[in-house]
Design a protein around this ligand. Structure first.
Ligand code: C2E
Ligand code: MG
Ligand code: MG
Length: 745
């Protein structure tokens, strides 16, 4: 083996021993200090240090070897191997001997020298370790001190800033702030609180919290306050009054919070106080405005409805409630003629009077809007009480109201409703009062009306009828009944009156009194009348054919039809379409329709008459016309109202005045060349009287009640003519005048 090969092997062996020692060293110090390096890196670090130590131990220079040892000790500390066990275990491992013992070239004496040098180096490691550790401790302590100093400085500065800020907030706050201790002594108050309560700060400090409280709040606030200072609550907030130095009270929104010391014990109390006096006043005003009518100051609709609801909710069994629902008559005219300002003042005056009338009784008066007022009587004894009240109110309102230079006289209408509360609701009560007010107006104003169920039911029927009316014509619900007009001398058929009926799907057969008025109000009477005219003409032709000398069909005309420009054309079309001769058509008009006849009506009548149509005055004697007036009209017949025949019903007990009247009318009518038909003949005696007087014809149950088309045809022996061909009718046989056919309609 060559020397160099031997050297290489020695070197390998030494290196293996070094690594093995480094590994043991790492094993020994594992866990002794907190070092975050993984085990392989620790071994790498330690083997590096070991190499330096071994190299240093070979050096002869003592100083240099000690310096290296000290560096290695310091390097351990730098690597965070800082605990005493680390050092003791390090020493134990290293003192065990240098890796691989002495070197090859060293003899026995040399080996002892080497071990000595090694021990020196290891001792230097211990010294370096300690020195580094101490230095590090000093350094850390310094750092801590510096950090502590910095922290204190920062805290002081922060405290100063926060104190400054607190001062700024405290002094400048627009809300009052007060600080007190838990015994109720006031320690500090801000300028806002001084101004709010009108005391200087010194005075606050002399006094206790309690002395500033309003006596009214004392109990409640004191309880909360007690809970706060005992630490049972951290804050409380409420709206309360304080006393100002002047004695007046200030309304405030008060929040009191508890400040505790570092142990959590109650220490101070902090009160933040907003002056809400004007806010409260505003809120009150808004509340008042929301519940009162701004013009009259009476309760407004909302409050009234709420109150009404309350009355209904709280009603004892059997309790009754009543309303007087008032509306001024013609108030619009006051506004229009005297101006709105006068109108407003009038409303104020009326409100005062209403208030005065009910003031002593405790009833509630409200203005519902416009000129509508209502009085609510919440526990009433019956309608009489409400009627008496309504009369008082009407009398009070009717007194002329002096408004500046003018005296304004107004009247009012009142709808009264009074009923047991059970079974209805407030809305129904109001609706009933509203309906009743309408009745009072419709009955002539300046009066009261009392709600009645029957009248209401009638109104409802009227309402439902008038809404069903428009469709009824197209649905073919109107039918005609017919009643004969007979010659009194022999009972022969003079004519036949067409009487309209409504075959209502729910209400059955309705007579004209239920709907003709409604049709007149809505203007539907014109198309309805046209329909009647057409059907009547067709039916008459079916029965009689075209026969100018034969019986006629008599059709009633409403006033509006007579005023309708299309009437003449309607009649012409009805005649043309049916084939009936104009002399076979009679139109019945009422006196009222021709009184004060305008040009249009006059020319309409002339045109109809010229056409050949017969014209009759219906129900003569019930209107205000007189014969001399009627004389100017192109009339053919007078139908004398049935009321004139009442005194002639019996054969023995005849009213001489009635008898005389009828006789005069008949002879006057004859003088004017009018035939006379007496209506409402119900007895044989009436027929006899009328015959004796010289009356031409009659109509009534005794001579034949109205009946539907088929029955009429049968009773009168009028067969409908097949195919509607126009041929002469069979002569109608005279009928026994004492025979009373079945009634209808
Ligand atoms: P009016 O034209 O005087 O018709 C006669 C009314 O007297 C009919 O009533 C008839 O039923 C009734 N009457 C007949 N005989 C007697 C009797 O012996 N005693 C009594 N007390 N009454 C008798 P109705 O059918 O209810 O008609 C009432 C009114 O309705 C008619 O009175 C007429 O003014 C109107 N009217 C009927 N149909 C029409 C129509 O088509 N158009 C218009 N505009 N009005 C009509
Ligand atoms: Mg008639
Ligand atoms: Mg009549």
């Amino acid at each position: 083996m060559t020397a160099s090969a031997q050297d290489e092997r020695d070197a390998e062996e030494r290196s293996g021993a070094l690594l093995e020692l480094a590994s043991r060293w790492a094993e020994a110090v594992a866990g002794t200090s907190y070092v975050s390096l993984p085990r392989p890196e620790v071994e790498q670090l330690l083997s590096g240090l070991l190499r330096r130590l071994v190299a240093a131990a070979r050096l002869r220079g003592v100083q240099t070897a000690a310096a290296v040892g000290a560096e290695v000790g310091a390097a351990l500390v730098d690597a965070h191997f800082t605990s005493p066990p680390t050092l003791s275990r390090t020493l134990a491992v290293l003192l065990d001997g240098p890796p691989g013992g002495g070197s090859a070239e060293e003899d026995g004496a040399g080996e002892a020298g080497a071990r000595q040098r090694w021990h020196r180096v290891v001792a230097a490691v211990a010294a370096g370790f300690s020195a580094a550790l101490q230095e590090r401790a000093l350094r850390e302590q310094e750092e801590i001190l510096r950090a502590a100093a910095e922290a204190r400085e920062q805290a002081e500065q922060a405290l100063h800033v926060s104190e400054e800020r607190f001062r700024a907030v405290f002094e400048g706050a627009p809300v009052g702030i007060g600080i007190g201790d838990v015994d109720g002594r006031i320690l500090e108050v801000n300028p806002a609180l001084e101004a709010m309560l009108g005391h200087p700060a010194e005075e606050f400090r002399r006094r206790e919290v309690r002395e500033f409280m309003h006596p009214a709040d004392l109990e409640q606030v004191w309880r909360l306050y007690g809970e706060l200072v005992r630490g049972e609550r951290d804050h409380f907030r409420l709206e309360k009054q304080f006393l100002r130095s002047t004695g007046e009270s200030v309304w405030t929104d008060l929040t009191v919070s508890l400040l505790r010391d570092e142990h959590g014990r109650p220490r101070y109390q902090l009160a933040v106080i907003h002056d809400v006096t004007s806010l409260r006043r505003l809120r009150r005003q808004l509340e008042h405005d929301a519940t009162h009518d701004s013009l009259t100051g009476l309760a407004n609709r909302k409050v009234f409805l709420d109150h009404l609801d309350d009355v209904f909710r709280r009603a004892a069994p059997g309790a009754r409630a009543g309303l007087c629902f008032l509306d001024l008559d013609g108030f619009k005219a006051v506004n229009d003629t005297l101006g709105h300002e006068v109108g407003d003042r009038l409303l104020v005056a009326v409100a005062r009077r209403l208030d005065a009338v009910v003031a002593s009784s405790g009833h509630e008066v409200a203005r519902l809007g416009g000129d509508e007022f209502v009085v609510l009587v919440s526990d009433c004894s019956g309608p009489d009480q409400l009627i008496a009240l309504a009369e008082d109110v009407l009398a009070a309102v009717a007194e002329p109201v002096p408004l500046g230079s003018v005296q304004v006289a107004v009247t009012a209408s009142i709808g009264i409703v009074e009923r047991p509360i059970a079974g209805i609701d407030p809305a129904e009560l109001l609706r009933a009062a509203d309906i009743t007010l309408y009745w009072a107006k419709a009955d002539g104003k300046s009066r009261w009306a009392l709600f009645e169920d029957e009248r209401n039911a009638r109104d409802l029927t009227r309402y439902s009828l008038s809404s069903a009316l428009p469709g009824a014509i197209s649905r073919g619900e109107f039918v005609l009944h017919y009643q004969p007009l007979r010659r009194l001398s022999d009972g022969a058929l003079h004519g036949i009156e067409a009487l309209v009926r409504w075959q209502h799907p729910n209400l059955g057969l309705l007579g004209p009194e239920s709907f003709v008025g409604l049709a007149e109000q809505s203007g539907l009477i014109v198309p309805l009348g046209r329909h009647v005219l057409q059907v009547a003409c067709r039916q008459a032709f079916a029965w009689f054919g075209a026969c100018p000398g034969g019986p006629f069909v008599s059709v009633n005309l409403a006033t509006q039809q007579l005023r309708d420009e299309g009437l003449v054309d309607d009649v012409r079309v009805a005649l043309r379409d049916s084939g009936l001769h104009p002399r076979q058509l009679q139109l019945e008009i009422t006196e009222s329709a021709v009184i004060g006849t305008d040009l249009l009506t006059g020319s309409t009548l002339d045109a109809l008459s010229e056409m050949g149509v017969r014209l009759a005055i219906d129900d003569f004697g019930t209107g205000w016309s007189n014969l001399t007036y009627l004389r100017r009209l192109p009339l053919d017949e007078l139908k004398l109202d049935g009321s004139f025949l009442r005194g002639l019903r019996s054969g023995t007990d005849v009213d001489p005045v009635d008898s005389q009247l009828v006789a005069s009318v008949v002879s006057l009518a004859h003088l004017l060349e009018l035939t006379v038909t007496a209506e409402g003949i119900e007895t044989r005696a009436q027929v006899d009287h009328l015959v004796a007087i010289g009356c031409d014809a009659g109509q009534g149950t005794h001579l034949g009640a109205p009946a539907d088309r088929d029955e009429t045809g049968r009773l009168l022996g009028l067969e409908p003519r097949p195919g509607g061909s126009r041929r002469a009718p069979r002569p109608t046989a005279p009928t026994a005048l004492d025979e009373a056919p079945t009634r209808s309609g």
